[in-house]
Design a protein around this ligand. Structure first.
Ligand code: F6P
Length: 559
């Protein structure tokens, strides 16, 4: 893999630094003086209408940002990724989540490291669809012959956040009388609460883990198996003998993993396991077999439509010049805000209740990918990386944290996401409630961009100190992403958009966005501390003073 290019050594960086030093953003004036701004800065991405015009950029700054992408080799690295180069250098792996959504008939087929990626992907996808249909139709039944009504996905991180986010977003498509439930946390509350109302005879567990070694997932899977055995025994459906327990697992447990040998060790029949490959990162895996819960609850057709949406954006990225390449432009804007204008965080504000887990999903995608201090050659990064992503759906956020975005001292670029057509078209006394909802989206982006001057406040009759309190500076940057409706395809487009934004930023910063060594140390230490929790004196003595005191507190308080 080629050496990362230090972005700060590029001509574009010098141009951007100079632009920043003389920068005096004035969205009011820019809009008033430049009637073409909105048209020039609005782009179509698949079905999405993406309006960048309320960002703090001029055409000159945008041109320098595009030059930065050119000088740091964004297009070349994208081509390397698509072609199967091992751009995940620290794990010596290709990065091919984009191959998960390639159509079946692309000629020539993608062959990487001797593997025909296309045929392997579609073989699993077909099995996934067949299995999902069997569960949906009732052909697949529980051990007592009942149809499945609940699928419980047990997974964490990328084996949870994508499926749960997509399920919540596309629940209106769940048409087979099957609900999906998601258990992730090793806090026993999660499993206990989520299984409380379930009927073991109609519950199918999916153990989703890329590695099949993750402590949380394997612990929860064992707890779920115990729950199943105990509950089935309670109703007399099985005995305590090995044969009936094995039979119960065969009817109520399936798995998704890259480690099919470990799946078998757990006791799940390999014929009920769905594989994927080490070239799919956990946080990029919702479109792999990790989406099994979605294929069951929403249906294989909806799942394939989701994948088609992803592919639409992949094709846009692959074929569109950088200056019109929407994910690249959005990634570049994030670099501008982070490295030149001092932003540390980025709000993502969906005006869609169905996207209430979108920010949580994006947190793993963006922060596990780009929260790094070293580049892909091991050298230190040369500039700040990885902004903090956060958000809640509008209008709830408006009544919580928007105050700080409007009038606080920090610069917080925000992406607003909205859809023209609602999933639930309700009326309030003849008034379209979705329209009212969207009026809020439009009002917020307008208020943030253009603010309210002291003169405007005074003209309304406000006097004294209240004038300052009621003044809005404006010039608070937003991007508006507007779609026709939250369909599976549109959601796929949206997710792929953010995957490629993340990729663009990682490339400019010289980061390998596909490893996550930063989560390892905590995992190792938890395993070392666990014996101390159980009272092992040596393990306790090996801890630092603060950890020892916390352990002693715990041991005094525990039930
Ligand atoms: O949090 C670290 C991590 O490795 C994530 O990258 C991953 O999505 C998650 O754990 C779960 O891993 P697995 O799917 O192997 O259980």
């Amino acid at each position: 893999m080629t050496e990362p290019i230090d972005p700060t050594s590029t001509t574009a960086w010098s141009e951007l630094s100079a632009a920043r030093d003389a920068f005096a953003p004035d969205l009011r004036a820019w809009f008033a003086d430049d009637p073409g701004r909105v048209t020039r800065m609005t782009h179509t991405l698949g079905d999405l209408h993406v309006d960048l015009s309320k960002n703090l950029v001029t055409d000159e700054v945008l041109a320098s940002l595009v030059k930065l992408a050119e000088e740091t080799g964004v297009a070349e690295r994208y081509a390397a990724m698509l072609g199967g180069a091992h751009i995940n250098t620290s794990e010596d792996r290709a990065v091919l989540h984009t191959a998960l959504r390639r159509p079946e008939d692309v000629d020539p087929a993608l062959v990487v490291d001797g593997q025909n990626i296309d045929s392997d992907v579609h073989e699993v996808l077909d099995r996934l669809g067949t299995f999902a249909d069997r569960v949906r139709s009732g052909e697949w039944r529980g051990v007592t012959g009942k149809k499945v009504t609940h699928v419980v996905n047990i997974g964490i991180g990328g084996s949870d956040l994508g499926p749960v986010m997509v399920y919540e977003a596309l629940k209106p498509y769940a048409d087979a009388g099957i609900d999906a439930v998601f258990v992730s946390n090793i806090d026993p509350t999660d499993l206990a609460q989520k299984t409380a109302a379930l009927d073991p005879e109609t519950t199918l567990f999916i153990v989703a883990s890329k590695t099949f070694t993750t402590l949380e997932t394997l612990t929860n899977a064992r707890l779920a198996r115990d729950w199943l055995w105990a509950k089935l025994a309670e109703v007399g459906a099985i005995g305590a003998d090995d044969a009936s327990r094995t039979d119960a697992v065969a009817h109520h447990f399936v798995a998704v993993s890259t480690a099919l040998d470990k799946v078998a060790e757990f006791g799940i029949d390999p014929t009920n396991a769905f594989g994927f490959w080490d070239w799919v990162g956990g946080r990029y895996s919702v479109d792999s077999a990790i989406g099994l819960s979605l294929a069951i609850a929403l249906g294989p057709d909806a799942f394939r439509e989701l994948l088609a949406g992803f592919h639409m954006v992949d094709e846009h990225v692959r074929t569109t010049p950088l200056e019109r390449n929407v994910p690249v432009l959005m990634g570049l804007l994030n670099v501008w805000y982070t490295n030149f204008l001092g932003a540390q965080s980025h709000a993502v504000l969906p005006y869609a209740q169905q996207l209430h887990r979108f920010a949580a999903y994006l947190q793993q995608l963006t922060m596990e990918s780009n929260g790094k201090s070293v580049r892909w050659d091991g050298s230190p990064v040369t500039t700040d990386t990885g902004e903090v992503f956060w958000g809640e759906p509008g209008t709830n956020g408006q009544h919580a944290f928007y105050q700080l975005i409007h009038q606080g001292t920090r610069l917080i670029p925000a992406d607003f996401i909205a859809f023209a057509r609602p999933a639930y078209p309700l009326e309030d006394g003849g008034r379209d409630v979705h329209g009212l909802f969207l009026a809020n989206f439009l009002a917020q982006t307008k208020a943030l961009a253009f603010g309210k001057t002291a003169a405007e406040v005074e003209a309304e009759g406000t006097t004294g100190a209240l004038i300052a309190a009621r003044t809005f500076s404006g010039n608070r940057p937003t991007t508006s992403i507007f779609g026709p409706a939250l369909t599976p395809s549109v959601l796929g487009q949206l997710i792929a958009l953010y995957e490629h934004i993340t990729f663009t930023q990682g490339t400019i910063w010289g980061i390998n966005s596909f490893d996550q060594w930063g989560v390892e140390l905590g995992k190792q230490l938890a395993l070392q501390i666990a014996p101390a929790i159980e009272g092992d004196a040596d393990a306790l003595a090996a801890q630092d003073a603060s950890t020892q005191a916390l352990l002693e507190y715990y041991r005094a308080q525990r039930p």
